[in-house]
Write a protein that binds this ligand. Structure first.
Ligand code: BEZ
Ligand code: FE
Length: 288
């Protein structure tokens, strides 16, 4: 009979999980067991604390559904999402850096033409995001798809609202010269959802629960690594304290105020509007 002691249980558990048929699963599970046991030993985890953690995990699952992704939020505020992004997207320094996807991306956004308005009648200051999509060598990437989404002026994403139509999200296609033009509204900084288990934990700390004003992009094109990123407004509040660690200096852009009149995309604005310019540089796929 195998005698289990406090000293040998980690080794025994690792041996068991090393039998996983897939070698990568075996590697992941044995490392997980080792680190979990080390954690419990280091903090001398009590039974009450472990039960509280299990209750927290249960609540995190229970509040989640196809629209609310509380585990993604947990991973984001722990800095784990951003660590994994950085390890897995070591792009050329000249390429646009990747950041977190976040929990609010919705697949299947409608496609709009150059300068098409993704804000419809959502109130806000008109914002034109313009620029190009290019390769590392500067060549335009015609046909690149820019999947764009953002929160409204109250910090709410479509995924958090009960709406039937696409709201503040759309897909755009780069033109033959690589240029794109997105018409939306200026984003505002917002709080991550604080009414769930992640918020309960954050509220017990001095951590700011806000994100700086940003617009999300997922840029895809044949032959290039998909780029999940954001553009942040220069000078926005919370740039230095983003609760999900998603900010990068290269992604901060100036929002230039403009007077009523002609806008990019061939339109005219009767009200003051804002222009921000950014060139996306895509990383070519690694050769197989
Ligand atoms: C977001 O920007 O949509 C977001 C990212 C991570 C956590 C919460 C929100
Ligand atoms: Fe966001």
């Amino acid at each position: 009979m195998q005698l289990v002691t406090e000293d040998n249980i980690t080794e025994l558990a690792e041996q068991r999980w090393a039998t996983a048929k897939d070698p990568r699963t075996a590697q992941l599970m044995t490392a997980l067991v080792r680190h979990l046991h080390d954690f419990a030993r280091e903090v001398r985890l009590t039974e009450a604390e472990w039960m509280a953690a299990i209750r927290w995990l249960t609540a995190t699952g229970q509040i989640s559904d196809e629209k609310r992704e509380e585990f993604i939020l947990a991973s984001d505020v722990l800095g784990l999402s951003m660590l994994i992004v950085q390890m897995n997207h070591r792009f050329d320094p000249a390429a646009t850096p990747a950041t977190v996807l976040g929990p609010f991306h919705i697949d299947g956004s409608p496609e709009l033409g150059f300068g098409g308005d993704m804000s419809d009648d959502v109130p806000g200051t008109p914002l034109y995001l313009t620029g190009t999509v290019r390769s590392l060598d500067g060549a335009p990437v015609p046909g690149a798809v820019l999947d764009v989404w953002q929160a409204d002026a109250d910090g709410a994403y479509e995924a958090q609202l009960d709406v039937d139509e696409a709201r503040l999200r759309a897909k755009y296609r780069a033109e033959a010269d690589g240029s794109y033009c997105v018409r939306t509204i200026t984003p505002k900084g917002y709080s991550i959802p604080m009414d769930g288990p992640v918020g309960d934990l954050i509220a017990q700390t001095e951590i700011s629960h806000f994100r700086p004003a940003h617009v999300h992009f997922l840029v895809t094109a044949d032959g290039f690594e998909p780029l999940i990123t954001h553009l942040f407004e220069e000078g926005a509040e919370y740039l230095d304290s983003d609760v999900v660690f998603g900010t990068k200096q290269e992604l901060v852009v100036r929002f230039e105020p403009r007077e009523p009149g002609p806008t990019p995309g061939g339109g005219t604005s009767a009200v003051p509007w804002v222009e921000a310019r950014f060139d996306f540089v895509l990383q070519p796929c690694a050769p197989h």
